[in-house]
Design a protein around this ligand. Structure first.
Ligand code: GAL
Length: 377
């Protein structure tokens, strides 16, 4: 199975934590269709930790908690599939999951078969409670091999938070995406921290195995399992833009049954999603503009398939910014005889043609996302 662009979907953890059940998952499947998320490209509906009984059955198989999932997981998977969605589940490489439920250590092949029998299409695989003598590097390979031999295409989503320098070996394991940093929470500080930590890992991102910057907190509004202070709408927009431009999978974490129009407009912005899903999956590069606070003063540029250029200006600082990007820094300039036709995506505005430079204004924590086409000067 080859995954060509960053996976898109929804995951239960950020808002619901252990508070999950069949009814909720069915409602989320319905909401993915009714809100238009499915048609915008969000495909996977993923149940995270806390879905199973505390004991395996007599055949040593994992068992869905019958109080939370009275119809069983196969029925839940069938419902999710009936909505035109794909179904994801969660396990872990240790003896217990992070929340203390039975986990797949030494049960990799039997669990992969169980997931395949239920109709699972996506497995998030965590990294807690590992016996000390086993490396993540080995245990992720075990499950990668088990999934590759389970008789069903199951996307392998490794979740070891970038531990053990996993960027150096994660592709050995068959992972299609891998958590490159620690857990997100619904605060500006967390968004900024993950974005900064991602920068050195960008060269490892690419088609087939994507750097996963963690589930989105867009729209959480400080509520739910990882809700902290919450963020402003502008901060959510910047968060979404960075994740999209950096080529991360986009797994929504808010309660999609109750999204405001503003949140829907962020999560379903077609032009931002098109950059995230650009088939070339190229890595973005930073262009320095003024040498000060390193993140606040850089533009992030990504060459897109077909010759267009995406440019993201992010103000991670706490004062307004008026950065200027010289076109010579991104491969153009007077001598090329070319210029850029510029579109401001969030403002939904065509800005005309620029020959020398791009200048924008940003309030603190805000961003500007441009899509530019190369034209004759
Ligand atoms: C963490 C993981 C989270 C969530 C949680 C469940 O290790 O990073 O995304 O899955 O475990 O217990």
């Amino acid at each position: 199975m080859i995954v060509k662009t960053p996976p898109l979907g929804w995951n239960s953890w950020n808002t619901f934590g252990s508070n999950i059940n069949e009814q909720l998952i069915r409602e989320m499947a319905d909401a993915m269709v009714e809100t238009g998320l499915r048609d915008a490209g969000y495909e996977y509906l993923v149940i995270d930790d806390c879905w199973s009984l505390r004991e395996r059955n007599e055949k040593d198989e994992l068992v869905a908690d019958p109080e939370k999932f009275p119809s069983g997981m196969k029925a839940v998977a069938d419902y999710v599939h009936s909505k035109g969605l794909k179904f994801g589940m969660y396990s872990c490489n240790g003896t217990l999951t992070c929340a203390g439920y039975p986990s797949s250590f030494d049960h990799e092949f039997i669990d992969a078969k169980t997931f395949a029998d239920w109709g699972v299409d996506f497995l998030k695989y965590d990294n807690c409670n590992r016996p000390l003598s086993y490396s993540g590097r080995l245990l992720y390979k075990r499950m990668g091999l088990a999934l590759a031999n389970c008789g069903r295409d199951i996307l392998f989503s490794a979740c070891n938070w970038g531990a053990e320098e996993s960027q150096n070996w994660i592709k050995e394991t068959g992972a299609h995406m891998w958590r490159s940093t620690g857990d997100i929470n619904d605060s500006w500080a967390s968004i900024k921290d993950i974005a900064e930590k991602q920068v050195r890992l960008l060269p490892t991102n690419g088609q087939g195995c994507f750097n996963d910057m963690d589930m989105l907190v867009v729209g959480m509004g400080g509520k739910g399992n990882v809700g902290m202070g919450g963020c402003t709408l502008e901060e959510y927009r910047t968060h979404f833009s960075v994740w999209a431009l950096f080529g991360s999978p986009l797994m929504i974490g808010c309660d999609i049954r109750n999204m405001s129009q503003e949140i829907k407009d962020i999560l379903m912005n077609k032009e931002i999603l098109a950059i995230n899903q650009d088939p070339a999956c190229r890595q973005p590069f930073a262009v320095p503009m003024i040498q000060e606070d390193w993140f606040a003063w850089k533009a992030w540029v990504r060459y897109l398939e077909g010759g267009d250029i995406a440019v993201g200006f992010f103000n991670f600082g706490d004062t307004p910014l008026y950065p200027t990007l010289a076109l010579t820094e991104i491969g153009l300039g007077r001598v090329s005889g070319k210029a850029l036709r510029v579109r401001d995506i969030w403002a939904d505005k065509d800005l005309g043609v620029r020959k020398d430079h791009l200048s924008v204004y940003m309030e603190p924590h805000c961003c500007v996302m441009l899509r530019c086409s190369v034209v004759d000067a």
